[in-house]
Each structure stands twice: as structure tokens, then as C-alpha cells.
Design a protein around this ligand. Structure first.
Ligand SMILES: NC(=O)c1ccc[n+]([C@@H]2O[C@H](COP(=O)([O-])OP(=O)(O)OC[C@H]3O[C@@H](n4cnc5c(N)ncnc54)[C@H](OP(=O)(O)O)[C@@H]3O)[C@@H](O)[C@H]2O)c1
Length: 342
């Protein structure tokens, strides 16, 4: 392991998640970047295109040397990602796809939520959902890892100990989430325009309309097939990065006497990137920003309700994207899971 060097290619290196990957991979002791891709800026260097120090040439997809890479990260938009993921796999690379193209196991569900047929349904069977806290053993052997979405990462990690214990009384789980603007990617739009975002807080895709809903429901129901639905309202926060989800759940009678603070701490004790704050502390975005940690806090309001509240914070670009992708790569290549992430 000491001398292992993994050759890495990055598709979509000029995006927010691509740049975050480059930053972290450059200080990873077992990685050599063999190509960084951008079709719009092919021929330029990354430091010419973005305010960064990385003198890395950008290549078009047609000229990307896939055969020189052991693993390819795709930081492309969903829809565009699948074709190049197929090409990387055909060349013999292993792939971590940060897009949504391989997260949903059912191609019909994908078509319904993403508005077009799945571009490579035959590959769905071999994709492993890249949440190490749940699928660590399968990730180790995977050729194709579907890196989770940012909102699903914060919501699923916040719920997992309760779901695994079959502790929820309602099939409807309330998740109220807030994200920094980098969650929407670099391409500007009216909703991410400074004037729209600054000094504002905007709910969007209210209720059950965001594309991350089927992903959350797929993964939560994969544990017990209980038919859970997630009432999910995301909000856009006037900050660059970071994500906070507040989860409201009702407990079954047998679960109401459980010390959930202790149960969460026990469930995540061996996890290098989940922190459960001590009782009485509240997780905030500042606890998780610029780190690969999910930071959780638990809150009961026993005088009012049997509901338990969980606050789950991550950095959308790190544990919600590129950090988790590196964590997955480390697992796939038998490296220290924390390498490049601390
Ligand atoms: N942002 C987040 O917090 C986050 C979190 C989790 C997952 N994700 C997912 O990760 C992926 C990348 O997100 P991002 O925020 O980094 O996006 P982004 O900032 O918009 O960057 C997109 C990248 O893809 C390239 N690109 C765009 N359209 C393309 C096309 N049709 N064909 C080939 N290349 C194309 C762009 O390159 P050029 O413009 O230079 O050509 C750029 O490098 C997305 O699928 C996103 O859903 C994002």
C-alpha cells in the first residue's frame, strides 16, 4: 500500500465538484491525475479557467486518455454522464459517478423523475450506491459506484439508526433542508443569481417534487421495505456551501424509551466521517463546512410530542459529493479510507 499509485481521470474538472476533487486529490498520497476533462475549455489549463493554482491541462472527452486511468470520476450533469461512464467502463476503468445517472435502481423511476429514458439501463445492476456507512463491503469490489446526492446523504445518515431499528411510527418522514448555492452547480440561472439569493431564503420543489426524493425513499426503504415517503422541502441559503437537514420523526411505542443519543453514538462509533454531537449541542453548517464529516445532533421535545428531531449537516461539495467520492475510491483500491480527506 505504501507505494501504491492510482491513476485518476476527472470528467467535468471545471465544475464545482470537479475543482473540489482536484484540490483534495492533489494532496492524496496515492493518486496521480492523468487527465482532467472539459469540452468547453479543452486546450486551456485549469488555472487559466478558474481562480485556482492548478496548472493541469484540460482535454476534450474525445482526447481523454481513458486507458491510462485506473479510476474515472464523473462530475458531469446527469444525462451527459452516462455515455462517458460507459466509455470509461468499456476501457477497463473503475468509475465513481457523482451524477444521478446510476443512483436509482429502477429505470422507470429514473425516466419519471429525470424526464428522459435511462441512458444505460443495462449498467444499473452493477452500480453500487456509494454511501460507505451502509454499503462499505459492496463498494470495495464495485466497478461502478453511484455517488449519493448531497441532500440524500444528509437525510439518510440522519435517519439510518432509526430505520435500522425499525423505530418509526409514521411512514411519512419530514425532512426540511437548506443548501448553499454551490449545490446548483457553476452554471448560472435566475434562481442562483446573486441578487435573487443574497439576503433571501427560498424554498423550492416544495413537498415531494425534488429529484432527490426517490433516491432518499429508495435507500430508506431498502432497509425494511416499509413504504416510507419523505415529505421534503429544500431551501436555498445565501451561502456558498454547506447543507443542513432537520428531520422530524414519530417513534413507535417500543422506541420511545430508547436512549437515541447513545444508540446513534454506538451506530456511528466506527465511522470515520460521522460525528454525533453530545446531548445538548446543536449541529450547524459550520461544524461540517470544508470537511468530509456528517455532523448530527439529536433533540427530543418530550413535554410536547413523541417526535424526535435530528439535525444533520454536511458540506454539499465534500461529504455530499467529492469527499465522499474519494472515500469511495479509497475503499475500492484498498487504501486508508481517510486518505486525502483530513
Ligand atoms: N454541486 C453539488 O453540491 C453537487 C453535489 C452532489 C452531486 N452533484 C452532481 O455532480 C455533478 C457535477 O456537479 P457540479 O456542481 O460540479 O456541476 P457544474 O459546476 O455545473 O460543472 C459541470 C461540469 O460538467 C461539464 N459539462 C456540463 N455540461 C456538459 C455536457 N453536456 N457534456 C460534457 N461536459 C459537460 C462542465 O464543463 P465545461 O462547462 O467546462 O465544459 C463542468 O466541468 C452533477 O451531476 C451534480 O448533480 C453536485
Amino acid at each position: 500500500m505504501k507505494d501504491t499509485v492510482i491513476s485518476v481521470g476527472i470528467l467535468g474538472a471545471t465544475g464545482y465538484t470537479g475543482l473540489e476533487l482536484v484540490k483534495r486529490l492533489r494532496r492524496h498520497r496515492h493518486v496521480r491525475i492523468v487527465f482532467a476533462h472539459s469540452d468547453s475549455h479543452a486546450g486551456a489549463r485549469l488555472c487559466d479557467v478558474l481562480p485556482c493554482e492548478f496548472d493541469i491541462p484540460l482535454v476534450s472527452a474525445d482526447n481523454a486518455p481513458f486507458s491510462a486511468a485506473d479510476v474515472v470520476f464523473s462530475c458531469l450533469p446527469h444525462g451527459a454522464s452516462a455515455a462517458l461512464v460507459c466509455r470509461a467502463l468499456e476501457t477497463g476503468c473503475r468509475v465513481v459517478d457523482l451524477s444521478a445517472d446510476f443512483r436509482l435502481r429502477d429505470p422507470q423511476t429514473y425516466a419519471r423523475w429525470y424526464g428522459h429514458p435511462h441512458p444505460a439501463p443495462d449498467l444499473l445492476g452493477q452500480a453500487v450506491y456509494g454511501l460507505p456507512e451502509r454499503y462499505r463491503h459492496a463498494i470495495v469490489d464495485a466497478r461502478l459506484v453511484a455517488n449519493p446526492g448531497c441532500y440524500p446523504t444528509s437525510v439518510i445518515l440522519g435517519l439510518l439508526p432509526l430505520i435500522e431499528a425499525d423505530a418509526l411510527a409514521d411512514t411519512v418522514i419530514i425532512a426540511d433542508s437548506k443548501s448553499g448555492v454551490s449545490g446548483a452547480g457553476r452554471k448560472p440561472s435566475q434562481t442562483t443569481h446573486f441578487v435573487e439569493v443574497n439576503e433571501n431564503l427560498s424554498p423550492y420543489n416544495v413537498g415531494h417534487a425534488h429529484r432527490h426524493v426517490p433516491e432518499m425513499e429508495q435507500e430508506i426503504n431498502a432497509v425494511h421495505h416499509a413504504g416510507y415517503r419523505v415529505l421534503f422541502t429544500p431551501h436555498l441559503l445565501p451561502i456558498s456551501r454547506g447543507m443542513l437537514s432537520t428531520l422530524y420523526v414519530r417513534l413507535k411505542p417500543h422506541a420511545q424509551s430508547v436512549n437515541w443519543q447513545h444508540a446513534y453514538a454506538t451506530r456511528y462509533a466506527g465511522e470515520p466521517f460521522v460525528r454525533v454531537l453530545p446531548a445538548g449541542h446543536v449541529s450547524t453548517i459550520a461544524h461540517a463546512a470544508h470537511t468530509n464529516f456528517a455532523v448530527l445532533s439529536l433533540h427530543s421535545v418530550a413535554e410536547l410530542t413523541d417526535r424526535l428531531l435530528i439535525v444533520s449537516c454536511i458540506d454539499n461539495l465534500v461529504k455530499g459529493a467529492s469527499g465522499q467520492a474519494i472515500q469511495n475510491m479509497n475503499l475500492m483500491f484498498g487504501l486508508d479510507e481517510c486518505e486525502g480527506l483530513q
